[in-house]
Design a protein around this ligand. Structure first.
Ligand code: TYM
Length: 334
């Protein structure tokens, strides 16, 4: 609790171009929840270097992501928006928690297996211990709730296990966090292969809608989305392409999937696809305009970056000091 409010933590990697999946699965829920909780939203740049990055490009993308959080509607005076690398407690707690995490647990992480297969030439130790750092992110702020897409659930479960294990040994040190997964949009699928999730790292640019895609590109990608030959608009697993388009339309308009099915009753895919395109454009266009406006305001962004790193650092240090004392590190001499 901070000032009588429950705490929320979440983060995104500044790697690749953000997709509609990141927006509908995470960012959109962050905004909905931001009034109710004391929120920490991090640009998790420490996580990004588990895959080789171009330094200039990483710096640029990290700043763009931080700007995007604000452009999407998170007020940086109320929400703590900051770079993970500006708060060294993340790395320090991660080391400690690594000593309370088993190799077997990390071996079971599907994201590790997927990434290791994709980057077979660089299966580094950071890629393996990535979920421990994620646990440190969350537990440092004593977060009650963590809004994420379905793909992060396994990491959240591990975070809970690490927190409980630590608490069993040392008493109530960490709040055990709950995941928050939205009803629609928690797993947006690829437009070209609707059995795979929409991903920043997909090689086929038509598979993903990027948050910075212009309206023509968005419309073209929606019209080219892979569907099926059934010809009827139903919300069911047997029609994954149509189901995904309905999910996108629902998440963008606030309608339930059932309402969408009713709206398109008797209509064909040729009508659904452009409607989805329009719905996506109407969500992304204001975001893009605000992003362009904010990006020019260097002094404002810099002041936010500085203030919020200090705020995050304050809360993170409080937990870190407590943990250090619990595990037996010597007190500091003042
Ligand atoms: P990342 O950067 O891969 O994704 C950011 C958020 O977007 C969600 N997401 C999706 N949701 C729906 N459909 C999709 N196709 C889709 N693709 C991505 C993700 O679930 C995530 O919520 N390890 C995390 C970042 C992280 C983090 C944390 C998150 C680091 N520390 C602590 C929460 C709490 C990641 O790589 O997310």
């Amino acid at each position: 609790m901070i000032d009588g409010k429950k705490v929320l933590f979440s983060g995104m990697q500044a790697t690749g171009n953000l997709t509609l999946g990141n927006y509908l699965g995470a960012l959109k829920n962050w905004i909905t929840l931001s009034d109710e909780y004391e929120c920490f939203y991090s640009v998790v740049d420490l996580h990004s270097i588990t895959v080789r990055q171009d330094p200039q490009e990483l710096r640029k993308r990290a700043r763009a992501l931080l700007t995007l959080y604000i452009a999407a509607g998170l007020d940086p005076k109320k929400n703590c928006i900051y770079y993970q690398s500006h708060v060294s407690a993340h790395a320090e707690l991660s080391w400690i928690l690594g000593c309370f995490t088993y190799m077997g647990e990390l071996n079971r992480m599907t994201q590790f297996k997927d990434k290791a297969a994709k980057h077979a030439d660089n299966i580094n130790a950071g890629l393996f211990t990535y979920p421990v750092l994620m646990a440190a992110d969350i537990l440092l702020y004593q977060a009650d709730v963590v809004p994420v897409g379905i793909d992060q659930m396994q990491h959240l479960e591990l975070t809970r296990n690490i927190a409980e294990r630590f608490n069993n040994i040392y008493g109530d040190v960490f709040t055990v966090p709950e995941a928050y997964v939205g009803k629609v949009g928690s797993k947006i699928m690829s437009l070209q292969d609707p059995t795979k999730k929409m991903s920043k790292s997909d090689e086929n640019p038509n598979a993903s809608i990027y948050l910075m895609d212009d309206p023509d590109t968005i419309m073209r990608k929606c019209k080219r989305a892979v569907t099926d030959s059934e010809g009827i608009i139903c919300y069911r697993d047997e029609q994954p392409g149509i189901k995904n388009l309905i999910d996108i339309y629902s998440a963008c308009t606030g309608k339930t999937p059932q309402d969408v099915v009713a709206e398109f009753e008797g209509k064909g895919y040729g009508e659904l696809k452009p409607a989805v395109g329009e719905a996506v454009i109407s969500v992304l266009k204001p975001l893009q305009d605000e992003f362009a406006r904010l990006s020019k305001d260097k002094a404002y962004l810099d002041s936010i970056i500085k203030e919020n790193a200090e705020k995050a650092g304050y809360y993170a240090q409080k937990t870190l000091r407590k943990v250090q004392r619990k595990v037996g590190f010597p007190d500091r001499i003042r």
